[in-house]
Design a protein around this ligand. Structure first.
Ligand SMILES: NC(=O)c1ccc[n+]([C@@H]2O[C@H](COP(=O)([O-])OP(=O)(O)OC[C@H]3O[C@@H](n4cnc5c(N)ncnc54)[C@H](OP(=O)(O)O)[C@@H]3O)[C@@H](O)[C@H]2O)c1
Length: 324
């Protein structure tokens, strides 16, 4: 497994890393479904073992995943497997879980959540601590200063910024000065990592690298959903209200995925590997962080480690998804 640096630092992460959102199970945030159904800790543990044996060294977590439950599960699973957490790069986030604070980026709340994440993760420090979103309100300067203090105190090694628009990244970067940016990147939407894009230019300027979430477009790129029988997600599964998982959108995508299979191979592993290598072939991408629920999914997604794509393949994918 090849490794790439986080920002300008000497901390290296595996090209294929792991997202831990599923570990939080079913969850609601402010009444909105924000979790995943049917997650089993023993299956997660077997999956983590397969990943670690293949060289995965980076886990992406957040305080809001299962409201602390995903951080706790990761710590339990590593311990059960006899692994030392400090041998891995553990990332977590603050921002979508305000507790009783008026705003999640109030300094007292950041400090509280940092301490709670350290307890949940059974760690003395967090390798990579993100602001989970870019909606700072009036709190940007004080939130950034609090994060800097946590670095000074040795509780955080590297700062990260997750956001959902170029505007939010542009506002946050000069103040937060993160080593790492995180947002979505997948074959259907590479707006943040596309060469020449505003966020790519910001990454050049501030020497950041990019951690790509939803690299499989939450399973959509794997051709696993039948448009004639769209998936019925449980209450608390965040995909329940997402139009991308409904018949019309699935039908359109089916044709595109058919063309992907013709060129790259028919299996789920082919689609997963190509989806991730497409992202990894962009400059400044450090890794993908596919989510998972079992060993089979992880083994399948790890095949991206040895997959290559030519410039012609990259053009093919860009054109297929409507880009020049
Ligand atoms: N910063 C942020 O705001 C943010 C937002 C979203 C995600 N993230 C991070 O990014 C990680 C990944 O993103 P994501 O979960 O949104 O999307 P993803 O990685 O594109 O999709 C993950 C889901 O796809 C399905 N899947 C994965 N591998 C599969 C395989 N080989 N075969 C069949 N199904 C497979 C699984 O769900 P099913 O089995 O249920 O179909 C899995 O939970 C998260 O865990 C989290 O760490 C961060």
């Amino acid at each position: 497994m090849k490794k790439r640096p986080l920002g300008n630092s000497s901390i290296l992460v595996s090209e294929i890393s792991l997202g831990c959102w599923t570990m939080g199970g079913l969850n609601w945030v402010n009444g909105q479904p924000n979790g995943w159904a049917n997650v089993d800790e023993d299956e997660i543990a077997r999956a983590v073992k397969v990943a670690v044996d293949a060289g995965v060294n980076h886990f992406d977590n957040a305080d809001v995943y299962g409201n602390g439950g995903a951080e706790q599960m990761l710590a339990r699973v590593l311990k059960k497997l006899g692994l030392k957490s400090e041998d891995f790069v553990i990332a977590t986030k603050i921002g979508h879980f305000p507790g009783t604070a008026a705003h999640a980026y109030e300094p007292a709340h950041i400090r509280h959540q940092c301490e709670q994440s350290l307890i949940n993760l059974r760690r003395d420090y967090i390798d990579l601590y993100y602001f989970h979103h870019g909606s700072f309100g009036d709190h940007l300067p004080e939130a950034a200063a609090t994060m800097d203090a946590l670095v000074q105190e040795g509780k955080v090694r590297l700062k990260g910024q997750s956001a959902y628009s170029a505007e939010d990244f542009a506002k946050a970067l000069p103040v937060v000065r993160p080593a790492v940016l995180q947002s979505w990147a997948h074959a259907a939407d590479n707006q943040f990592i596309r060469p020449g894009s505003q966020v790519s230019q910001l990454m050049e300027k501030y020497k950041c690298t990019f951690v790509a979430f939803s690299p499989l477009w939450q399973g959509l790129l794997l051709d696993k959903f039948d448009p004639e029988k769209p998936p019925q997600f449980e209450d608390g599964d965040h995909r329940k209200t997402n139009a991308n998982f409904q018949k019309e959108k699935l039908l359109t995508l089916k044709t595109t995925l058919g063309r992907m299979k013709e060129r790259f191979g028919p299996t789920t592993a082919d689609l997963s590997a190509v989806a991730q290598r497409f992202i990894l072939n962009h400059p400044r991408v450090a890794c993908t962080i596919p989510g998972f629920r079992n060993e089979r999914q992880v083994a399948c997604n790890l095949t991206a480690a040895s997959r290559t794509l030519s410039p012609e393949d990259m053009n093919f994918i860009n054109q297929l998804f409507g880009r020049k």
